[in-house]
Design a protein around this ligand. Sequence first.
Ligand code: ADP
Ligand code: MG
Length: 855
Amino acid sequence: MQPSLEKLRKFFRLEHENKYENTAIIGGLAKMLDYWEGEARADGVAEEVIQAVAARLRSYEKLSPEGRAESLKGLWKRIGETYPEAGQKPKTQQQPNRVNQPPRPPRPEQATPPPPEEESAPIPQEQKSQPRPQEQRKPQQQQRPAPPSPRPRSEVVPGARTSQTPAAFNADITVIQGVGPKHAESLKSLGMQTLGDMLYYFPRRYEDYSQLKPIKSLFYGEVVTVLGTVQSVHTRPIRGGKSSIVEVVINDGTGGLRLSFFNQPWVANRFKEGEAISVSGKVDQYLGRLVMNTPDWEPIEVENLHTARIVPIYALTEKVTQKWLRKIMNEVVSYWAPSVVDALPEKIKLSARLVSLSEALTQVHFPLSQSRLKAARERLGFDEIFYLQMGVLRQKRDWKDAEARRFPASTEWLGTRLSSLPFALTSAQQKALEDIRADLDSGKPMNRLVQGDVGSGKTVVAALGASIVTQDGAQAAIMAPTSILAEQHYRNFTSLLAGENGPLQKGEICLLVGSTPEAEKETIRQGLADGSIKIVIGTHAVIEPDVLFKDLEYIVIDEQHRFGVEQRKELRSKGTNPHLLVMTATPIPRSLALTVFGDLDLSVIDELPVGRQPIDTYVLRPQERERAFTMIRGQIRDGRQAFIVYPLIDESEKIEARAAVDDFEVLSNEVFPDLKLGLLHGRMKPSEKDEVMMKFRDREYDILVSTTVVEVGVDVPNSTVMLIEGADRFGLSQLHQLRGRVGRGAAQSYCLLIPTREDATENERLQAMAKTNSGFELADLDLKTRGPGEFLGTRQAGFANALKMASITDVTLIEKARTQAQALFERDPYLQLPEHALLSEAFERFWGAGKGDVS
Ligand code: ADP
Ligand code: MG
């Protein structure tokens, strides 16, 4: 009898024992239809029978126990009409006690010999598995094929079965039967050299053939995957022969479905009649019939069709086929995963409710159910975040172990500084300054991240910190990503610290950028080396090897995400354990910040200076562009300036530049022929960009047309309009950064957003910009709708790359792993306890592989 019918019988019997209370399956008998239909279809059970079962089970819940008994009996009788061997009442058909029985006799389909390849390496199909007693005893659980039991493989790896140390992990993949040097080369190109690499080469996605939908039960509008056989392929011309359409009809035994491919005549040759394919896409409607337009599809190997399981799909290269890799992977997983050493202490696994590493590695490749796959992913994701957190904590500890010079600042002295500022600090600025002041006097090097929305006033806080250090004769260096920003900082620092009552002389602060004349550079180098210059502000020029300091004690890195770890390290190495302040205007939600920057202390400036007017933001429709232009003209007539920003249209800078140039031509010749327009784009040299920015700042242009290069914190207080074209292409955080370019002066400022086309959902997302001026709120929204990509600077990107399984948006998992890592770190910071020996090894392996980058 077909296994699916066998299963049905078992549940019916159980239901009978349970007095027809609808308890044989948790959630009711109808629940089993979720997977049973697919299984039955894969078993080749007649469609009428499947439909009869489905119909009866769906109404089962509503019946009285007597009605239910009748219903099941009737149903079984119906099944018996088609399958006489099943045609006995369930209760008379005693379920054999399989626990004490030898393995089941072969089922009918096993009579057909498996494809030749399969003989050497089975993929985990039911027919290859031995029944596992403990699973047989739990009939209310979904019955799935048990994983293949490891086969003795001494002929391949002598003594390997006993090799349970991580060393086996490092065994070369050529120990696998069927993997010679040539295959090894292909696998290497996918990043797999050892057995461990293979176990951690996770599927890109899965095809859940256990939950297939028959064509007959498709609904208009749903997104599904169906399997079927190609019945016909036709190409016909449309629009008078200007275009063509390829129509493919597939059938899965329950019905036919038409697939349409527009203007891709070549696909016609890719389909072969009679070939089984898997098709994914949205079910559409055409002339009353269901169709799929340009769906994703791929041929399926026949073996998948009959497995009725969740099949892993791996990323491949040209030389490796899915089928082959899956086969090899199955060997590796079924043989090695069970003996993998689990470094995570039992205690942590228990309290975080995690499955074992063996289970996780097995299930992630060949899941027996969606829930076991989920548990596997959770475990593997936990490991990643846990090890990252441990590394971050260790980094923090190392820093705290280092000594740094103390810079005490008396309240009186600081008070004088504050009273000479042109404004009073906001309380958020005061708080950040207090944090810095305490760090500088702690005897440990400061490692602080100051996070503050655009315009929140980070610069003055950094400058006051610098003044505390220079007061004691030491030096400070400030690094910014562009020379225009560096120059802006230079002017701010000079007016804040070297003004009338300032603690420094003008000559004690200097600007060092790439374009600084060589002679001047030389003077600056000398001044830094002999200590006569106290503060240097600049770009990458500051970290050049010939720039040496007498006594560098304080470092500020602005817009930290624009710099790489190496550059930060270099600057740091110019002093001995200098105090470090990194600043970012990219608001990162707290959970994310604690994970990514867990080694840094965090100060948040979450308040704007008083009197700052919120920027009025409007979302316009594309056809309302003229209104935007009118507004710009009006503002310029009032003596203001405007930005017009175009999105990065293409990956390639070349095309981006050309689009910007084209738009610029149209704007300056046709739309604003009477105004002065400047152009800024990514293909320009840094010096050219700076020049344009400076001209705009100095009001030589009315309008600056730009790609996103304008994003970084340049202050042009006279500009009051920011028009952003193609706003739908930006994340909210990025839009917020762009918007922050205006509203820096006293006048009311405006931000106009024009999406590429009209789209209700998109419009709604953009409306969030109109509703709030808080970068943090927008960042949170971004994280929810677009994932963490918006926040990824160099460092965060490195961090995210280390996460193959965990999602940085999974706050619950992050919290869980962080709590556990912290608790463990408090118990055993150096992982010296004997029970942590394995963990310590795994930890070194994780970080040794260069994952994450903490500086
Ligand atoms: P960001 O945090 O974006 O780097 P800046 O440090 O460039 O912001 O400050 C933006 C503007 O706000 C500057 O012109 C600065 O002088 C001004 N500013 C900073 N703090 C205050 C304050 N407490 N009150 C008024 N204006 C301030
Ligand atoms: Mg700034």
